[in-house]
Design a binder for this molecule. Structure first.
Ligand code: AMP
Ligand code: FE
Ligand code: FE
Ligand code: ZN
Length: 290
């Protein structure tokens, strides 16, 4: 297989542009990937494929292989669980409808959070609009940028540790499907699902472990193990789960431009894993660097 491999390494399978909560356009992101020495990059904006076309043109122009993807919001009780999805059909009607529903829910939730924050701080919805690309998937990072622009905090991270943290009392969850439903949607659209950063310091990993057999039956491909937010103990558990269920293990940066400290290529995925991922996909094809 490796002899006829068409893509190049190093491979980073998780990045965000201004189509969601990154700070660069898809073209700038692909250029940054080339400059960082990556051979292959996946664009995985939250709940949107709106950056695929621009990233495709940029990939061809910069000699980088692009794996089109998305990071789908899912939810278990009060905890959000992120599902990376690769190479699905971006026109699949059910997936298009579900992502539209999630983006709409995110928008209303952000408006409500900002209304609540605005009762205590000098910030309003126009401040958030000013920080958000038209049509982008809105999230707390855009509210954070508005708080920074107002001088109420100095960085996104400070906003997340303070005003945007659930402890501050302004946090609200938003509608998102159950992870199993999301896996089924991605697979039905010909895509390949991987659970993003499954072992961060939240309690959801326990829930996920209990449900792993059903996720695998539904077509889960892998677990994102090499990610800066997974704990060391969590990685041990993920390795065991991957052994038990025959799951692939991926690594990636979760780059958000200047929105997070994560740097392109700080974690990477083995070429053999990407070979298997591409072989599994039927919804769309990578854009190969030539
Ligand atoms: P939301 O999905 O709207 O609740 O916001 C969560 C998103 O915020 C995640 O997808 C992260 O990319 C981003 N995020 C979380 N913590 C931070 C942080 N400390 N600095 C910047 N972005 C963050
Ligand atoms: Fe994000
Ligand atoms: Fe995520
Ligand atoms: Zn992400």
């Amino acid at each position: 297989m490796s002899s006829d491999r068409l893509f190049r390494g190093p491979i980073d399978l998780h990045t965000h542009s201004r189509v969601s909560d990154g700070t660069e356009s898809p073209a700038q992101l692909v250029r940054a990937a080339a400059e960082a020495g990556l051979g292959t990059v996946a664009l995985t904006d939250h709940d949107s494929t709106a950056g695929w076309a621009e990233a495709t043109t940029a990939a061809i122009g910069n000699g980088v292989t692009l794996i089109p993807g998305m990071e789908l919001s899912t939810r278990v009780d009060w905890s959000s669980v992120h599902l990376l999805a690769y190479l699905f059909d971006p026109n699949n009607a059910k997936l298009v409808a579900e992502t539209a529903r999630i983006r709409e829910a995110r928008l209303h939730r952000a408006e409500e959070m900002v209304a609540a924050i605005g009762r205590d701080y000098d910030v309003d919805w126009d401040d958030v609009i000013a920080q958000t690309e038209p049509g982008a998937t809105v999230g707390r990072p855009h509210i954070a940028d508005a708080l920074v622009a107002r001088g109420l905090v100095s960085t996104r991270s400070e906003a997340f540790a303070g005003i945007l943290h659930w402890r501050a009392g302004y946090y609200q969850p938003h509608y998102a499907p159950d992870p199993l439903v999301a896996i089924e949607l991605v697979v039905a659209a010909g895509g390949v699902p991987v659970i993003a950063h499954p072992a961060t310091r939240s309690r959801t990993d326990v829930v996920l472990e209990d449900r792993m057999a059903s996720f695998v039956d539904a077509g889960l491909f892998g677990l994102e193990i090499d990610h800066r937010e997974n704990t060391d103990e969590g990685k041990v558990r993920l390795r065991r789960l991957a052994d038990t269920y025959g799951l692939a293990l991926t690594g990636s940066s979760d780059y958000h431009g200047e929105g997070k400290p994560n740097r392109l290529g700080e974690n990477t995925t083995a070429p053999e894993v990407v070979d298997a991922l591409i072989a599994r996909a039927t919804g769309s094809a990578p854009v190969y660097a030539v």
